[in-house]
Design a protein around this ligand. Structure first.
Ligand code: IPE
Ligand code: IPE
Ligand code: MG
Length: 246
């Protein structure tokens, strides 16, 4: 059941994806180290997940670490790994109790064996939950995902004429998940940064002017309100102009 706050919205997106950007600048503005911003960005995440459940969203995909983020200073990369491990330790039970099913998109191969084990345990532990599917994009890149899909299709011996949009969908990390209806990027940056480049072909985009740690339930509500006024045409013409034009 959707909460009263969204009951009057015309359309609630089934799948919301978020590029959680601006942690570094949030910290800088407070004279704090960048890692303090990343830590702050895990606090509001919990509340945003709760709000998604309340608003009746079925799929939430969050961009936590890109294939390009390995290029950051070693200290920041290691700090981020530690923060993500801590989040799993701290939040897993609560997420499970709320009915959240955790999934991972991207590659786990560059993670430490301990971290990888924790992630695999979290996926296994929550796999029967159905209230909210939470896709965590970690060591994820859209181009890497497509290259991986092509490699797997060739390995499976697919013939050129067998390759269709539906088949490609099945070979992506997001297999079985509907395309994101709405992609939100915080912090004011207006780019996709290698996020869901195939799946986002017809997503609506929304760019709230706040850094990620300041994105909260009210910000999400504003995003949903804006989304509910969008007209998704998928290349066609709108029904109104169709009947009035000659
Ligand atoms: C997003 O915040 C978090 C990750 C990329 C892991 P940033 O760290 O990119 O913050 P800014 O963009 O430098 O402010
Ligand atoms: C995108 O943000 C990646 C994540 C939020 C995980 P970045 O901060 O890495 O993207 P760019 O470098 O500004 O494009
Ligand atoms: Mg950034």
């Amino acid at each position: 059941m959707a909460s009263p706050e969204v009951e009057n919205l015309q359309a609630v997106p089934a799948h919301v994806a978020i590029i959680m950007d601006g942690n570094g600048r949030w910290a800088l503005a407070r004279g704090l180290p960048r890692l303090a911003g990343h830590r702050a960005g895990t606090e509001n995440l919990r509340r945003v997940i709760e709000a998604c459940i309340e608003f009746g969203i079925q799929y939430l995909t969050i961009y936590a670490f890109s294939t390009e983020n390995w290029g950051r200073p070693e200290e920041e990369v290691q700090g981020l790994m530690k923060i993500f491990e801590d989040v799993i330790d701290r939040e897993l039970q609560e997420l499970h109790d709320q009915g959240v099913q955790m999934r991972h998109i991207g590659r786990l191969d560059r993670l430490s064996p301990e971290f990888r084990q924790k992630v695999l345990h979290a996926l296994e532990y929550t796999k029967h939950n159905t209230r909210l599917i939470l896709n965590v994009a970690f060591n994820y890149g859209g181009r890497d995902e497509i290259v991986n899909a092509i490699q797997c299709m060739i390995r499976d011996g697919l013939q050129p004429e067998e390759i269709t949009v539906e088949v490609v969908n099945r070979y992506l990390f997001t297999a079985g998940v509907p395309d994101p209806d709405l992609i939100i990027r915080t912090s004011g940056e207006l780019r996709g940064s290698n996020f869901l480049i195939w799946q986002g072909a017809y997503s609506e985009w929304y760019f709230p002017p706040v850094y990620w740690p300041d994105f909260d339930k009210e910000q999400l509500r504003l995003a949903l309100e804006e989304y509910s006024h969008r007209e998704r045409r998928y290349g066609r013409v709108s029904p109104v102009s169709n009947t009035t034009s000659t």
